[in-house]
Design a protein around this ligand. Sequence first.
Ligand code: DHB
Ligand code: FE
Length: 291
Amino acid sequence: MTAPTAPSPTAAGSGANATQSFRSTDKNRGGDTAASPERVDTVVRELLLAVHEVIRRHEVTYPEFQAAKSWMIEVGEGGEWPLFLDVFVEHVVEEVQAATQQGTKGTILGPYYLPGASRLTSPATLPMRDGEKGTPLVFAGQVRDLDGNPVAGAEIDIWQADDDGYYSGFAPHLPEGNLRGLVVADDEGRFEIHTIQPAPYRIPTDGPTGKLIEAAGWHPWRPAHLHLIVSAPAHRAVTTQLYFSGGQWLDSDVAEAVKPELVLDPQDTGDGNSRVEYDFVLERDEATTAA
Ligand code: DHB
Ligand code: FE
């Protein structure tokens, strides 16, 4: 990877923005569901037991315990909990949910979704700067149901990093809404989106999440990806990501969110541009279709 030429957003900036974004949209994410005392007792007790077990097994010392406390305080102060949790924990929550969903594979939402992107009618070009860097990409396909029928009224909410690996709304040098859009498919669920190929994403290395990654000798990279929420009336929405065949970090995503079904193989169209087709399959939402 070449170093980004744009001014580098800081971990504190990205973290604070991610925390603020999460707080203002958590109702949309089902984050306000009250759990019963039985559920809290079961899950939290076992979580603590798992922590106790690790402490015993590895004979964790007082200095290590106090260092962990300092680190957690820093994660909170830097607003980095969304970054940390979405990288290291969300993929398992998604795995549990995925067991109940058919159709296109889902994967993690991540910390950089922003609701309310501009509504665009397919064929659509995502908002981008004049001369936006990166290989132009045409991403086209169809939204169908499990029986192969076209889904009318489908919408593709898409957001992505730019060619330096930064997300608008979180990196202060980028215009608001850059490389984000809510694309409305045609009556046959067909869509065509013009964008650029994103670059791999690196977790900010200057904050506590980055410090932990360095201290553990891990790497901070996610492979290049497009984020998508595909939805349609009376269908269950899927939150997913699409990756790029042959891309760096595909086999070692720090967020463990790559699935083989989600890898695109765009073809060079000969003029410096690329194109790829990908169809989404949505399950009917029994809750909204029940008589
Ligand atoms: C994080 C960033 C991403 O772009 C993503 O898709 C998942 C997680 C993060 O920094 O936590
Ligand atoms: Fe991402």
